[in-house]
Design a protein around this ligand. Structure first.
Ligand code: SF4
Ligand code: SF4
Length: 94
């Protein structure tokens, strides 16, 4: 008897105002620095995460400032759908 508890580690909690793509985040700390509400935090050596979602005003600054497009600010009332690897464009510019 198995439980089907499939919680996506990237979209952990689909009612969050801010979604951070853990695969794209490089931990540069820019979003943490620019957030006027101190919503985001980044553990040393880690990646950005939403620490105080209830304080987020959805101003969009973090999404604009992230150089890796790793942040998505969700409009109020919109729930993030789980995307199941439908990306087909990985480019390796080297
Ligand atoms: S600005 Fe983007 S890449 Fe940098 S820590 Fe924030 S989410 Fe990660
Ligand atoms: S949308 Fe604005 S308040 Fe919310 S996490 Fe981003 S910068 Fe902070």
């Amino acid at each position: 008897m198995q439980k089907s508890g499939s919680t996506d580690p990237v979209l952990n909690g689909n009612d969050r105002p801010v979604i951070i793509n853990d695969k794209w985040c490089k931990g540069c700390d820019i979003c943490v620095s620019f957030c006027p509400k101190d919503v985001l935090e980044r553990p040393e050596g880690g990646k950005a995460r939403v620490a105080r979602a209830e304080d987020c005003t959805r101003c969009g600054i973090c999404e604009i400032m992230c150089p890796d497009l790793a942040i998505r600010v969700m409009p109020a009332g919109v729930k993030e759908k789980q995307t199941t690897g439908s990306q087909g464009g990985s480019t390796h510019a080297k």
